[in-house]
Design a protein around this ligand. Structure first.
Ligand code: OOG
Ligand code: NI
Length: 468
């Protein structure tokens, strides 16, 4: 192990910063969005000292400016298999399964992210990773053509796969290897303005689905957006037009609340960018392709199965009442309906806890530590809280939401492009391609909650068993 000491958390941090620099250079509007988000976050923290204190307490304040997620779309099982190994070098593991075919998008997805509390605190960088479902291309000739094009590309430089093998054998990389790994891996996600297909092929793929053209026509899976975390998504949404950015019609996810839950997201529309199509005889044909955009997110508490069920029901009832149209003219009606439907979703942390709707991280208070083993010894968890010996803070939701993800995908497709796929979700096929089982996000939150409670009870000298 001599010299092999760079921690995966450090490599992920290097990589997420490099990715942000790359995207900022390639898509200047993303830089403008980052400035807006930094301004709004600064104002929010100045105006709300409670929020500041809570974020400091949970350690989130330090990760705020580096916090972001990105998204890529892969073409083959082999690519998914290899990307899992590449992300493992950075301490990112596949969590959750998202079926987008229900929403007319021919992909299924997972999110690669850190899972340990300490790793999440250092840098929670996540990549929403989709795999094309070739089986959803109806025309057999086009399906075969797309498969052949994808089979002949190599999205990773040989050095990347070599360094992955070194990591797998040694358990870590040297500083020099880590630097090279980050530099070389970044190339996989770079934008290529030269398509690998000719214009006629591109058009056919595009006709089958715009995303199919985006995945099949290029040398690699360009990063299609990066998403910083904001403390006030409504303020950023309102501020976008003033900085020359056009936001999508509505914010996805739950409405604005006192106690933020899950994830709220919005994005700006994908840019039309010049590309060159291949032509065998002489030089290429100029054209355009629309894929890359910017997004922002505001994260709240992770919900339990019970909380999530309630969320899904309320969201579905709002959506069946007001259908969002992409022009966004009914955006205000949708927001009002959503807020009305969520009225009965408890909006006080203590209630969210007592009703078992959200996950919390428990910690012993100063007062609790002082009376450790004495006053605290025989009290129940509820009594410890009531006596001020034990406190609880919401655990941040680190994952994604399928209905929201579909809304983000669709904001970049024309309404007339809506497709309906009859095929059902296929998690087994995804896991086979991945070469590993997906982690269950609910299990991860439950574990984090249990571990924090166990530790706090131990510190308090309590004889309770952690079972909250
Ligand atoms: C991914 C869209 C989903 C999110 O934040 O829900 C997503 C994509 O467009 O490839 O990033
Ligand atoms: Ni996203």
């Amino acid at each position: 192990m001599a010299g092999r000491h760079v921690h995966s958390d450090v490599i992920r941090d290097m990589f997420s910063r490099a990715m942000s620099d790359l995207y900022r250079a390639e898509v200047p509007q993303y830089g403008t969005l980052l400035e807006l988000v930094a301004d709004v976050n600064g104002e929010t923290l100045r105006a709300d000292s409670n929020m500041r204190a809570t974020l400091e307490q949970s350690g989130e304040i330090d990760r705020l400016s580096v916090e972001r997620h990105g998204a890529i779309r892969l073409g083959t099982a082999q690519e998914l298999f290899d990307i899992r190994r590449v992300f493992a070098v950075m301490g990112m593991y596949p969590v959750g399964y998202y079926d987008l075919s229900m929403a007319g998008v021919p992909v299924h997805s997972t999110a690669f992210r850190p899972v340990a509390a300490e790793a999440l605190r250092r840098n929670p960088f996540r990549i929403f990773t989709s795999l094309l479902r070739l089986d959803l291309i109806e025309d057999p000739a086009l399906r075969a053509q797309a498969a052949a094009i994808l089979a002949s590309r190599r999205i990773f430089a040989p050095r990347v796969l070599h360094l992955v093998k070194v990591f797998e054998a040694e358990g870590a990389l040297t500083q020099q290897e880590a630097d090279e790994f980050v530099r070389e891996t970044l190339e996989t996600f770079r934008w290529h303005s030269n398509a690998t297909v000719d214009l006629a092929t591109y058009r056919e793929l595009h006709r089958a689905h715009r995303l199919i053209a985006d995945i099949v026509s290029f040398k690699g899976p360009h990063i299609n957006h990066l998403t910083p975390r904001t403390l006030d998504i409504d303020a950023v949404q309102a501020g976008m037009p003033r900085r020359g950015i056009a936001p999508k019609a509505v914010i996805e996810g739950p409405p604005r609340r006192n106690c933020p839950i899950l994830l709220r997201q919005t994005s700006f529309k994908a840019l039309e960018e010049p590309i060159v199509f291949r032509r065998d005889v002489d030089e290429g044909v100029a054209g355009t392709h629309t894929a890359r955009f910017g997004e922002i997110e505001q994260r709240g508490a992770a919900l339990t199965v019970k909380g999530r069920r309630l969320y899904d029901e309320m969201l579905a009832s709002a959506r069946s009442e007001v259908q969002i149209v992409s022009s966004g003219f009914n955006g205000a009606a949708y927001d009002a309906e959503l807020s009305a439907r969520f009225q009965s979703f408890p909006d006080v942390w203590a209630e969210l806890r007592s009703q078992g709707l959200a996950f919390f991280r428990y910690s012993a208070t100063e007062a609790g530590l002082e009376s450790s083993g004495q006053g605290a010894r025989a009290l129940t968890v509820d009594e410890l809280i009531a006596s001020g010996f034990l406190q609880f803070d919401p655990i941040v939701y680190e994952d994604f939401l399928p209905v929201s993800a579909a809304g983000i995908f669709q904001s970049n497709l024309d309404n007339c492009e809506q497709k309906n796929y009859a095929a059902r979700s296929n998690r087994a096929q995804f896991e086979t391609a991945l070469g590993a089982a997906l982690n269950d996000e609910l299990e991860l939150y439950a574990q984090a909650e249990r571990a924090s409670l166990e530790q706090a009870l131990k510190q308090l000298g309590s004889i309770q068993v952690a079972s909250a």
